[in-house]
Design a protein around this ligand. Structure first.
Ligand SMILES: NC(=O)c1ccc[n+]([C@@H]2O[C@H](COP(=O)([O-])OP(=O)(O)OC[C@H]3O[C@@H](n4cnc5c(N)ncnc54)[C@H](OP(=O)(O)O)[C@@H]3O)[C@@H](O)[C@H]2O)c1
Length: 325
C-alpha cells in the first residue's frame, strides 16, 4: 500500500487529490498547519512546514513511501510585498520537504504550474526551459529545480487550467480570475441562474491553457507514484483552448445557453499588477510515455466534471490501479 504524506490537503487541488488517493486505497495523511475542523474527511496531522524537524517527524511517523507537496502561499501580491518570506514559503519549504523525504527514502511529488513559462509558446513540452514572468512563476521554477536536483527520487508535475470543486469549502464563491482556475464552474454557476457571463478576453492575462480537472490530477499523481516517475511531467488535458472556446465547450457539455455568453476586457479592479503568461498550453509527450496514459480532451473532462457536480463525488477519468496492493 502506498503511504502518502500530503501537504495542501485543505486546499482546492489538495482536497481532490486526497479524495482520489483515499478512494483508490492509498493511506493518506494530510500535513496541515491548523486544525481543519471536525468535518475534514481525511486523516491529518498538525505540522509546521517551516520547521525541518517537524516535516521530518511527519514523514517518519507516517512511514511515508512518498510525499506529495501541494501547499502553496497563493497570494501573488503578498509575494511582491515580502519577497524573502515568499521565497521561503516556496523554495525553502520545498527544500525542507525534499530533505525529509530523502532521509526516509520516500519519493517526492511536487505540484508545479504552467506559469513557469512565459506564455509565448504553444503546447510546450516537458523539456522546454522555464522563463517565468512573475514571482509566482519564478519561485515555482526554483522549487522545481530543488526537487529535480536534490530529491533522491521524485518528480515535478506541472498542472494548469485546473477545474473542479473545492471539496472542503463547497460554499466558497467561484469566480473568474486572470488565470483559468475555477473558470468552468464560475460560468456554470452564473448561467444556471440565468445570468449573463462575460468571458474576459485580454492579451495581458492567461488566455490559452490545457484544462484538466483537479480529480484527474489526483489519479495521475497516483499513477506517477506507482511507476516511481522522475523528471518533469505535464499533467494537463489534451486540448489547448482559449477562454472563449472553454466557455463554449462548457455550454455544450452542461446544456447551458451560449446566448448568455459575452466577451469583454478584464475589469480594472481584477487586474494583477504583475505580468502574466498568455498561452500556457502544454503538451505531454514524455508524460504519456512515463505514465502510460494519454491525456483526455476537454469535452470528456467537462463531462466528468458535470458528473462530479451531479454526484458530489470526484470522477477522474483515469482509473487508479494497484494502490491498495
Ligand atoms: N488552482 C490552480 O488553478 C493551479 C494551477 C496551477 C498550479 N497549481 C498548483 O497546485 C497547488 C495547489 O494549489 P491550490 O489552488 O489547491 O491552492 P489553495 O486552494 O490556495 O490551497 C493552498 C494549500 O496550501 C496550504 N498552505 C499554504 N501555506 C501553508 C503553510 N505555510 N504551511 C502549510 N500549509 C500551507 C493551505 O492551507 P490552509 O487551508 O491552512 O490555508 C492549503 O491547504 C499549488 O502548488 C499550485 O501552485 C494550482
Amino acid at each position: 500500500m502506498e503511504r502518502i504524506l500530503l501537504t495542501g490537503g485543505t486546499g482546492f487541488v489538495g482536497g481532490n487529490v486526497a479524495a482520489v488517493l483515499t478512494a483508490a486505497g492509498a493511506d493518506v495523511l494530510c500535513a496541515v498547519r491548523r486544525d481543519p475542523g471536525p468535518t475534514f474527511p481525511w486523516r491529518w496531522r498538525l505540522t509546521d512546514l517551516g520547521d525541518p524537524s517537524e516535516v521530518t517527524a511527519a514523514v517518519h511517523e507516517h512511514d511515508a513511501t512518498s510525499v506529495l507537496h501541494l501547499a502553496i502561499d497563493n497570494d501573488l501580491l503578498g509575494l511582491y510585498r515580502d519577497r524573502r518570506a515568499g521565497f521561503d514559503a516556496y523554495v525553502g519549504m520545498t527544500r525542507r520537504v525534499v530533505d525529509a523525504a530523502n532521509a526516509h527514502g520516500a519519493l517526492v511529488g511536487y505540484l508545479s504550474t504552467d506559469w513557469v513559462f512565459d506564455g509565448t509558446g504553444h503546447q510546450v513540452d516537458e523539456d522546454e526551459p522555464a522563463n517565468p514572468l512573475n514571482l509566482y512563476g519564478m519561485f515555482k521554477a526554483f522549487s522545481e529545480r530543488v526537487v529535480l536536483d536534490r530529491a533522491d527520487a521524485g518528480f515535478v508535475a506541472r498542472v494548469g487550467g485546473v477545474q473542479g470543486r473545492h471539496l472542503t469549502q463547497p460554499a466558497a464563491p467561484r469566480q473568474q480570475d486572470c488565470g483559468f482556475g475555477y473558470f468552468v464552474l464560475a460560468l456554470v454557476d452564473a448561467l444556471s441562474r440565468g445570468e449573463r457571463f462575460t468571458v474576459w478576453e485580454d492579451p495581458d492575462i492567461n488566455g490559452v491553457a490545457s484544462p484538466v480537472t483537479a480529480s484527474e490530477i489526483g489519479a495521475r499523481l497516483l499513477r506517477a507514484i506507482e511507476v516511481r516517475a522522475d523528471g518533469v511531467l505535464h499533467v494537463v488535458g489534451a486540448d489547448a483552448v482559449t477562454r472563449r472556446e472553454l466557455a463554449e465547450a462548457t455550454c455544450e457539455v452542461f446544456d447551458l445557453d451560449p446566448a448568455l455568453l459575452g466577451t469583454g476586457p478584464v475589469p480594472d479592479d481584477e487586474r494583477l499588477p504583475a505580468p502574466m503568461p498568455f498561452d500556457t498550453s502544454l503538451s505531454t509527450p514524455r508524460t504519456t510515455e512515463v505514465l502510460g496514459i494519454a491525456p483526455y480532451g476537454v469535452r470528456e473532462q467537462l463531462g466528468a466534471l458535470r458528473r462530479e457536480l451531479e454526484t458530489g463525488e470526484p470522477c477522474p477519468l483515469t482509473t487508479p490501479a494497484g494502490a491498495a496492493t
